[in-house]
Write a protein that binds this ligand. Structure first.
Ligand SMILES: Nc1ncnc2c1ncn2[C@@H]1O[C@H](COP(=O)(O)OP(=O)(O)OP(=O)(O)O)[C@@H](O)[C@H]1O
Length: 581
């Protein structure tokens, strides 16, 4: 029996006991307040687990959303005379709508914009709560907020109301814990670990970030609404910038990427001031020092450290490994799969691609070569949607994809790997590949179960199924390269773009890679690859296109191209006679 298998029932028993306890043994007012605050705060902190822990987006306005929920309940019950549950719904909806507007308007920008905007929003909300006296009663706050009558039971009694809050908290905690393993949750973690790679494997990163932010605001609103009912009185100072920092500290202290971490962090930051009260004047300094020390020495939070003590998670039984279906069963070999016409990409005055035409037949291996800086990676970035072309058109299977965002190009069946491997480093090998399998419109993975089976089949194909439950960051470089290829294959691409797949591999690894690529070609998958290793290119390619200074200078079979005088000149840095003439 593992420590983990003991821990889960223990947590369940503790949760059930904490709900039953206030019902059978009334608590004194001090303890009730402490527990009420912890339970409602923990809901808001769980919201931060979603937005910060899972999706990696910094929000410093959780107290504002908590306040919106609280004022929703306060105004709804005392001024609009709505039933408590309707007022709670109102508060939660207002918080979620503000979350959606704020997220949708800032998350396109990326970087630290969200943090900056949330700080401003937090400050503005505090000002509105303080100064819009007609609605909020200003600094005096709102009193006599009632509690609900639900299921024919009155929850006026504080012990009962606490039990209700705890039930809601555990439901929220279970939801947040469950969310982590869902398609959406894995998408959030992919965004957090590597946003560009997430887009390229088909995650609509903008939608995922806005959803995470909106969910976080909603949970903040829910916590705030129940807080208002719990204390019966609210005022603007309870929802200030300082409180947002407290929420943020709670989630970081507990461990941002686990639901249990939020509970641990909240409990600690609410209890710590009580435990340190005997220090009187020195209390704040010791409190601050304790928080700083925990953060410095436990960057993954208290739960991160504790969960490591329980040992690595059990290896999961992923079931029977299926054979990986590859290629396009509906397509005819020899059809044009990829058509690139007059493609140009300019960076200011630099013409990285300058009117390139390439046609790739279905089921063939097409290589793109050229000296350094000739535009190869730019071509792959345009094909996968990372760059919008300046001019020209790209069609895959007859469908125009140029100008689409990367996740839509992935959905059209274009997979890719990167020269500098881009994996989701904090996830396991299996999770990385499942995210690949979950790309939109993947015919081989319509359900979560099919996606898992597809991921396992892809891992088996590249020889990594035995390492499925290992954290990808702990793998050697060559294996990480294989996982990246498996992630692309799991998405069932009709066209696979490989950006220097042999880069950084030793000789043995290169030979294994050639074997793998040959198996892919044998299965009829169309490959479009860049590599500097001419040996690999010659072994693999049916046709080669050569770029120089963003222009196509040659195309043909390997034998034709590698003898071409312009190609030899481009690689040797000479100007061919006819060009000089
Ligand atoms: N984002 C960018 N902004 C400005 N210039 C860029 C950008 N990306 C690429 N370039 C320029 O475009 C040209 C082509 O670069 P690219 O990386 O596509 O070449 P490459 O053939 O892949 O080179 P290598 O073989 O060294 O990887 C280079 O001059 C490069 O400096």
């Amino acid at each position: 029996m593992t420590t983990r298998s003991i821990l889960v029932p223990l947590l369940l028993i503790a949760a059930a006991a904490s709900v039953i306890w206030p019902l059978v043994q009334p608590m004194n007012g001090y303890l009730l307040n402490l527990f009420m605050q912890a339970a409602t705060y923990a809901m808001a902190v769980l919201g931060l687990t979603v937005v910060l822990g899972y999706a990696g987006q910094i929000s410093i306005a959780q107290a504002a959303f908590f306040g919106l929920g609280a004022y929703g309940v306060a105004i709804g019950t005392t001024m609009l005379h709505l039933p408590f549950m309707l007022a709670l719904l109102l508060g939660v909806a207002v918080a979620a709508v503000f979350g959606a507007i704020l997220g949708a308007s800032t998350l396109k920008l990326g970087g630290h914009y969200l943090a900056m905007v949330t700080i401003s929003f937090q400050q503005i909300l505090t000002l509105v709560l303080t100064n819009w006296i007609g609605l909020t009663n200003g600094p005096d706050g709102i009193r006599n907020i009632p509690r609900p009558a639900l299921f024919g039971i009155s929850w006026q009694d504080s012990d009962r109301y606490l039990a209700l809050c705890l039930v809601v908290l555990y439901a929220v905690g279970t939801f947040v814990w469950w969310l982590k393993g869902t398609k959406l949750g894995l998408g959030m973690q992919a965004v957090r670990d590597n946003e560009l790679a997430a887009e390229v494997v088909g995650v609509d990163t903008y939608r995922v970030k806005v959803t995470a932010f909106c969910l976080s605001a909603l949970l903040g609103g829910l916590g705030g609404g129940l807080f208002a009912g719990g204390f019966g009185y609210i005022s603007p100072d309870q929802f200030s910038f300082g409180e947002s920092v407290v929420f943020l500290t709670m989630v970081l202290l507990g461990g941002a990427d686990a639901a249990v971490g939020s509970a641990v962090g909240t409990a600690l930051l609410i209890l710590l001031p009580e435990w340190l009260r005997f220090l009187r004047g020195a209390y704040l300094a010791v409190y601050g020092l304790a928080v700083i020390l925990i953060m410095v020495f436990m960057p993954t939070g208290l739960w991160g450290v504790l969960s490591r003590l329980f040992g690595p998670p059990k290896r999961r039984d992923h079931g029977v490994v299926e054979a990986l279906s590859l290629g396009d069963p509906d397509g005819e070999d020899g059809d044009l799969l990829l058509e690139i016409k007059g493609l140009a990409k300019h960076f200011g005055g630099l013409k990285a691609l300058d009117g390139v035409d390439i046609a790739v037949e279905r089921g063939k291996v097409h290589a793109l070569i050229g000296p350094n800086g000739s535009g190869k990676t730019t071509m792959l970035n345009v094909l996968s949607g990372i760059y919008r072309p300046t001019r020209g058109e790209v069609r895959v299977d007859g469908v125009k994809v140029s100008g689409l965002p990367p996740h839509e190009i992935a959905a059209a069946g274009v997979g890719r790997t990167f020269q500098n491997i881009r994996l989701f480093h904090s996830l396991t090998v299996f999770e990385n590949v499942v995210i690949g399998a979950q790309r939109p419109r993947n015919p081989a993975a319509a359900t979560p179960d099919q996606a898992r089976r597809r991921a396992l089949a892809a891992l088996e194909f590249v020889g990594m199924a035995g390492r499925a439950d290992i954290k990808v960051a702990s793998l050697p470089y060559g294996h990480q390269r294989l996982v990246e290829i498996a992630r692309a294959l799991a998405g069932n691409p009709t066209l696979l773009l490989l950006d220097e797949p042999a880069a950084g591999l030793n000789l043995t690894e290169k030979q294994e890679l050639v074997g793998l690529l040959k198996r892919l070609a044998h299965h009829g998958l169309t490959l479009f690859l860049i590599d500097h290793d001419m040996n690999l290119v010659e072994q693999m390619a049916d046709r080669i296109t050569v770029l120089n200074f963003g222009k196509r200078i040659a195309e043909g079979t390997p034998a034709e191209v590698l003898r071409h005088p312009d190609v030899i000149a481009a690689y040797l840095g000479e100007v061919p006679d006819h060009a000089a003439a």
